[in-house]
Design a protein around this ligand. Sequence first.
Ligand SMILES: Cc1cc2nc3c(=O)[nH]c(=O)nc-3n(C[C@H](O)[C@H](O)[C@H](O)COP(=O)(O)OP(=O)(O)OC[C@H]3O[C@@H](n4cnc5c(N)ncnc54)[C@H](O)[C@@H]3O)c2cc1C
Length: 492
Amino acid sequence: MNANASPAKALEKSVVRQLERAVGKDSVLWRPEEVLAFEYDGTIERAMPQAVAFPNTAHQVAEVVRIALDAGLPVVPRGAGTGLSGGAVAALGGVVVALTRMKRILEIDAENQLAVVEPGVVNLELSKAAEPHGLYYAPDPSSQRVCTLGGNVAENAGGPHCLAYGVTTNHVLGLEVVTPTGDIVELGGRTGQTPGYDLRGLFVGSEGTLGIATKIVLRLLPRSEATRTLLAIFDTVDEASEAVSAIIGHGIVPSALEMIDHHVIKAVVQAMDVGYPDDAGAVLLIEVDGLREAVIEEAIEIKEVCAAEGAREVRVAEEAAERERLWAGRKGSISALGRLAPNYYVLDGVVPRTKLPDVLREVYKLGEQYGFPIANVFHAGDGNLHPNVLFDERIPGETARVLEVGAKIMRLCVDAGGTITGEHGVGLEKRSFMEWIFSEADFAAMANVKAAFGGNDLYNPCKIFPTGKGCGEVTQTKIEHVMKQAGPDAYI
Ligand SMILES: Cc1cc2nc3c(=O)[nH]c(=O)nc-3n(C[C@H](O)[C@H](O)[C@H](O)COP(=O)(O)OP(=O)(O)OC[C@H]3O[C@@H](n4cnc5c(N)ncnc54)[C@H](O)[C@@H]3O)c2cc1C
């Protein structure tokens, strides 16, 4: 959404009253100064909703959806608003359905190793609640202290430990969903079996465009007997990225394999004491877990592979406190970027692992060409890049140039045989890039899926699809604006 888009029209009083009757007077915001905080998520896209409703039950969610539908207003589901593709931004205004008050952990079934939760439960809270049972919830986005499980389901979130354990979809057994028409349906169940169409699988990762998850059944995993965390220190990004493929090429699949480059290290060491060497070109944070003997052997093997790839030092952390200290640097890395620049623009591309060295070299080159430092911290084992373009949006014209370099990075990923998102979703931000990878027939099939769930142009509008009624002119994203100015061949 561009910041110049006209503010959404005030909501008719009668609609406000209906919403207040549905969820309670203190659970609806509609004055401009109240809804202002809901105009953005974690991206640079912005648009004002006309109202924000905070339902407490699935029936209240369904009622809010029906009220908006009858009034011809867009509906936009929202969790914690940490999304990085503009998915929770109310592109055409309308009613934001904020799920943050539905935050009860309804059940931990230790014997069947599952949990039933409401969508507003914060990711990390589930693992904390499961801990006394020796269990935990594996997908661990770096935003896990804040983001909600509903948002994770919608984005099919990943995280450092998804390399070995799989992303969100591998851990969702069942869902209760309010459809775009306000019906309540069950997808999947408690067993992981889905006779007939796997609508559960279809819903996970649908970015809030097929309905609102109001209850989620999640798989829990037993905690490992032993864990080792390694910090492999390299003088260059090239050596570190070659080591990523070498480790997996040796037949070892660590539970996590993350890369942190020199820009990010610089930010992290200024912000916290986590023991990263401030003169390194890059570090790899590698974790192995499982049975004690296997873990010890794997750690030794990884150490040898890293040394052979040029690591100048490999530290091994055994104790929980030591391991947590290393992870604090990784998990706090994005917020630490504030030490380097007032703004960052985070990208999310995927490339085949073996292409990492080449693509990273090109990314840095683009940074130099445009005069922006590009800081890289990412899930290297999955080939899931997160270049962060550092800039100052107060400088006139900088945001447009940042978006231009971002589009070029996305194109690099596609040309390398990869794709435009690994975990942050398409949302508003990357819908123009969808045409690089999908045909008209592909889009028609996707539109049929949305329609089959009852979704129309007003249901979380302007997300995923490159075109949409009312989205072209009124809701032109900054990226689209830049692309139009630069011409059709600008990024190829
Ligand atoms: C510092 C930082 C680090 C991050 N690290 C990671 C990472 O490692 N891995 C990763 O995958 N992501 C990461 N993210 C992105 C983000 O945290 C995830 O996409 C997360 O899943 C979003 O959850 P949320 O509750 O904030 O959702 P929101 O941002 O509120 O919404 C995201 C999308 O989900 C939809 N939605 C929300 N709730 C529901 C619901 N109940 N039913 C249907 N649709 C819904 C919204 O409409 C929107 O499209 C990071 C973000 C930040 C800021």
